[in-house]
Design a protein. Structure first.
Length: 306
């Protein structure tokens, strides 16, 4: 599985000339809605090409390099489509510098009649793809670079144990960041949960490349009417973690879950593990958005350790 790294440019103008020729110019810029981390634009060029551009401060350029690597990793499996990456870059600008990510603009079509079933089978294929070449080492879980989950850093320290990885690189950093929200009693329960994690989770039969932030807002319908994945937070882990995330905020239609289970049967007890996987996502929301997420976090902790 060959992961490609997009070229990085020192300015937007340099990137456009390299990609589209010396006579290129931006004919129209449309500010697009969506996303609370980056600014998004649709660029129409005088060549007739359409580009999607994400922009942020120069200090946040790592967001875009991490996203590009994640998209490339998913695309490299051949299992499911992602937007085509054009490049990353930074630009000093006229007033203030910024970083950017350029992608081919995706024009959605009418969803295929079997949209959810096809998406489920494609996701199952992603989860069944061989991951050995990605890591460049003997470790099975994690990723070869750290990245981001939303606006927060996501640690991907490589490990041979999924349970150890999920404890040390997922739950522990989030619990530490949220420590001020917890009482002494809460901390006792949290310590008990972390110390006994192997009683609740299982090692997967095989490692899977995960999208990592798989909710409805990070799936879009492509021009062929089939699902595409966007805004990944990729790593290699247990496929159950991706599936659990799809159920956290409303869930997908039952046809999706039925088709996924047919293509990639789940190990027994998934429903008992699901909330523990989503504890990571809720902790991240607690750290990003505040105390509205405290009770759901504590409820899950108590679910497992009383």
């Amino acid at each position: 599985m060959k992961i490609s790294f997009p070229r990085h440019y020192g300015s937007l103008a340099e990137a456009l000339v390299s990609l589209f020729g010396n006579s290129v110019a931006i004919a129209k810029t449309d500010r697009l809605s969506g996303g609370d981390i980056n600014k998004a634009y649709g660029l129409t060029l005088n060549t007739g090409d359409h580009i999607f551009m994400k922009a942020n401060s120069k200090a946040n350029a790592d967001f875009f390099s991490a996203e590009a690597v994640g998209l490339s990793a998913i695309e490299a499996t051949g299992a499911i489509k992602t937007p085509e990456i054009l490049c990353t870059g930074t630009d000093d600008g006229e007033d203030v510098g910024y970083s950017f990510l350029l992608l081919k603009f995706i024009r959605s079509a009418k969803p295929h009649p079997d949209y959810w079933e096809i998406f489920a089978r494609d996701l199952a294929s992603l989860h069944k793809a061989d991951t050995k070449e990605i890591m460049g080492s003997d470790e099975k879980f994690g990723f070869f670079v750290d990245n981001f989950i939303g606006a927060r850093p996501q640690l991907n320290t490589r490990s041979n144990s999924w349970i150890s990885f999920f404890r040390d690189s997922r739950l522990v950093p989030q619990f530490k960041a949220a420590d001020s929200y917890f009482s002494t009693e809460d901390r006792t329960k949290i310590t008990k949960l972390l110390d006994h994690l192997d009683e609740f989770l299982v090692e997967p039969k095989k490692p899977s490349l995960l999208h990592g932030d798989l909710w409805s807002g990070n799936v879009m319908c492509g021009p062929n009417g089939k699902a595409m994945l966007i805004d990944p937070a990729v790593y290699i882990g247990h496929a159950e973690a991706d599936l659990a995330m799809t159920e956290l905020f409303g869930g997908f239609p039952m046809a999706f879950y039925d088709s996924y289970r047919e293509a990639n049967p789940l190990e027994g007890g998934y429903e008992e593990r699901r909330d523990l996987y989503n504890l990571y996502q809720l902790l991240n929301h607690l750290n990003l958005f505040g105390s509205n997420y405290l009770n759901p976090v504590l409820s899950i902790v108590s679910e497992y350790v009383g």
